[in-house]
Design a protein. Structure first.
Length: 383
């Protein structure tokens, strides 16, 4: 395959680490199309080498000049698929490995770039956003370290677990975007009119109530009957297992008119899925018509077999998520998993920031779902 040429007429460059290579290539193609540049011949992606040594250290080498360039570093700290050997033992990359790699990439620019911007969709240690015992606030600490470098101009992430972590940065722009419109574009197209007429929006825990309300308001359309509810967790504080106190029950609070409705359970991520399964079972007991999970990140830390089991039983109808973090290819082939492509969203953000244009329309465009619903219902009605 012929090596692509750098776009010399533009100073935009993408430093795409292998952890985010699939998304990075799609973003590169989008930006080339946006600039009307031949995507078969040129690329915005910087050629880099990621070297992993037998003692566990790593080194990033940049193979082309960065002097005077506006660089966007794209990484996925949730990608565990890359392997390297340490003392002869095969290891999978961890978020800690990939975070150090990002810092090494910043250092490799050696102050020559015009501007550095980090695109980290899944925020490193983002779930460690508050201190509840003798522990470190690692997410805020890392953001503060990056801020103190005075080398990075903007930090871009998506659906951070708690946006309050932005207060760790005082000299660096921190922008937290959401993939809501991208996900709902697919969701609304996939469901038929009857499924959309009666909806129940469910928060699986107290932390997801804000996100649930966003989705509830997105479906504020005159032909849709909406109700809302939430679950709260009862935990066993006498035991501490797998780094957490186990949940012993999920108690429901909200509208009880759930029978026959399409239930939409909203959260920022699925980790193992344990809590989600409890919620799905409780909704099934309340005779909902169908149940869909909508999350920005589907981590599947304990695999996808149980999701398949619930799908086969008819208790779970689908999971909608994004390609902002790694999902194994074999999972993507599952009938119940819908992975929404966010490369255009990321590309538009990079394009606007690179050209010093406003990003308000991307941050705050909340009218798009209603337009999609109007189109959906009108198309069906006219037919």
């Amino acid at each position: 395959m012929e090596k692509k040429l750098q776009v010399e007429s533009k100073n935009l460059r993408l430093m795409v680490f292998e952890s985010a290579l699939e998304l990075g290539k799609s973003v590169d193609t989008f930006l080339l199309d946006k600039h009307n540049i031949d995507k078969d011949k040129y690329t915005f992606m910087l050629p880099i080498k990621e070297n992993w040594f037998e003692d566990g250290h790593l080194k990033v080498e940049i193979e082309n000049t960065v002097r005077g360039k506006d660089i966007f570093l794209l990484t996925d700290v949730g990608n565990y698929s890359k392997e390297y050997k340490m003392h002869g033992i095969k290891n999978h990359t961890s978020p800690n490995d990939l975070m150090i790699e990002l810092l090494d990439g910043i250092g490799a620019c050696n102050g020559h770039a015009k501007r550095l911007n980090i695109v980290m969709p899944l925020l490193y240690a983002g779930r460690q956003h508050r201190r509840v015992t003798r522990e470190n606030l690692l997410c805020g600490q890392i953001l503060n370290i990056i801020d103190d470098m005075r080398k990075v101009e903007s930090f871009i992430t998506f659906d951070s677990h708690d946006q309050g972590v932005e207060h760790a940065m005082h000299n660096t722009e921190f922008d937290n975007f959401y993939a809501t419109n991208v996900i709902l574009n697919s969701f609304i197209k996939d469901l038929d009119k009857e499924q959309l007429k009666r909806l129940a929006f469910i928060a699986p825990d107290n932390g997801a109530v804000g996100r649930r309300n966003v989705y509830l308001n997105c479906f504020n359309y005159n032909q849709i009957d909406r109700v809302a509810g939430s679950f709260y967790k009862q935990r066993d504080y006498n035991n501490f297992t797998d780094g957490k106190y186990p949940v012993i029950a999920h108690e429901y609070s909200g509208d009880n008119d759930l029978e026959g409705r399409t239930a939409i359970v909203v959260d920022d991520m699925i980790s193992s899925g344990g809590s989600m399964f409890d919620v799905v079972e409780e909704l099934h007991k309340r005779k909902v018509g169908s149940t869909y999970l909508i999350v920005t990140y589907a981590l599947f830390t304990k695999g996808a077999d149980k999701f398949q089991e619930y799908y086969d039983k008819g208790m779970l109808n689908g999971v909608y998520t994004t390609n902002l973090s790694y999902i194994p290819n074999e999972y993507k082939e599952k009938d119940w998993l819908h992975v929404c492509d966010c490369s255009s969203l990321v590309g538009n953000i990079i394009y606007n920031i690179h050209n010093y244009e406003s990003i308000s329309n991307i941050l705050r465009n909340k009218s798009e779902p209603v337009k999609l619903l109007e189109k959906k219902f009108n198309e069906i009605t006219n037919n």
